[in-house]
Design a protein around this ligand. Structure first.
Ligand SMILES: [Fe+2]
Length: 293
């Protein structure tokens, strides 16, 4: 039986402490129709339309050949990662929901395509199987931010497994190594080495709760939530944006999700940099005492 998700809609900004208390106890927060989020969606759409070169990028995989689509999608991802306005607007979104941006570290601002056609998928456009981000980062104060850029449906969106919030899931986090992944990728871009630690026995996506929010909304959830891509067989592309953050306040006050099954021995503070200064979280002085590298 699919357990219901603790979905909470926020209509006003809240403190980092209130947000952390809700998220690290398993709630999924949805901030609706934020002015800054609408501006960010507008900016991401403009980049996508320009690079993909079609009026309806959700139909791109049937309009372009798979190879050509993958080439253009790669250009979009690269442009989004480097675009100054994307970073500026993400910062504005965080400010609108009450995040103290002077304490915030992020990994990347990503645009993600999830094709519905098997032939179009590449390493960076797969249906992601069930995983907790914390299995890879080993930072239990990590918050994931996710938003659709074009409308999503139950069969092309993100799914969360609320029943596994308190339940350990057997996984490969103790054996997975980011360094090893990078070595494999340098040798062979199409390596089978997994991008993230995986479930030993993955649950069926049918057990996940698909989350439907609108362009202009953004949701925030713990990186410790088990989540996946809902397998996309809709005939249309899912286009969404995401980033992951860690607040120095949360680290300092040890506000974090409980680690129930992560066996990683290394914490990747080096994946996160300050949103204003670009300084690495690995060099930041206020990491909590229980967050050892
Ligand atoms: Fe994830």
């Amino acid at each position: 039986m699919v357990q219901s998700l603790n979905l909470r809609y926020r209509t006003a900004a809240e403190s980092d402490q209130d947000r952390a208390n809700a998220i690290f106890s398993g709630a999924v927060l949805v901030y609706r129709s934020l002015p800054a989020m609408h501006a960010l969606v507008g900016c991401l759409r403009e980049i996508t339309l320009l690079e993909i070169g079609l009026n309806d990028p959700c139909s791109a995989e049937s309009m372009l050949g798979s190879r050509e689509f993958r080439r253009r999608a790669s250009c979009v991802r690269q442009t989004v990662r480097e675009n100054i306005n994307v970073g500026r607007l993400y910062k504005k979104v965080f400010t609108e929901v009450g995040v103290d941006v002077s304490a915030i570290f992020y990994d990347h601002f990503k645009l993600r395509f999830q094709p519905s056609n098997e032939a179009t998928r590449s390493r960076y456009m797969l249906d992601l199987p069930a995983h907790r981000d914390t299995w890879g980062s080993n930072i239990h104060s990590q918050i994931n931010w996710w938003a659709p850029v074009w409308p999503v449906t139950v069969d092309r969106t993100i799914g969360i497994f609320p029943a596994q919030w308190h339940v350990p899931v057997s996984n490969s986090s103790a054996d997975w190594s980011y360094r090893e992944l990078m070595q494999h990728l340098r040798r062979d871009e199409s390596t089978e080495y997994p991008m993230l630690p995986q479930c030993r026995v993955p649950p069926s996506p049918a057990e996940a709760v698909p989350v439907i929010i609108q362009p202009g909304d953004i949701m925030a959830f713990s990186g410790a939530h088990l989540h996946c891509s809902m397998p996309n067989r809709s005939g249309l592309m899912r286009i969404s944006t995401e980033t992951r953050t860690v607040s120095a306040h949360d680290l300092f006050y040890s506000r974090a999700a409980k680690n129930i099954d992560c066996g990683a021995s290394v914490s990747h503070f080096d994946w996160f940099r300050h949103i204003e200064t670009g300084d690495s979280l690995a060099d930041h002085g206020s990491r909590g005492r229980n967050q050892c590298v």
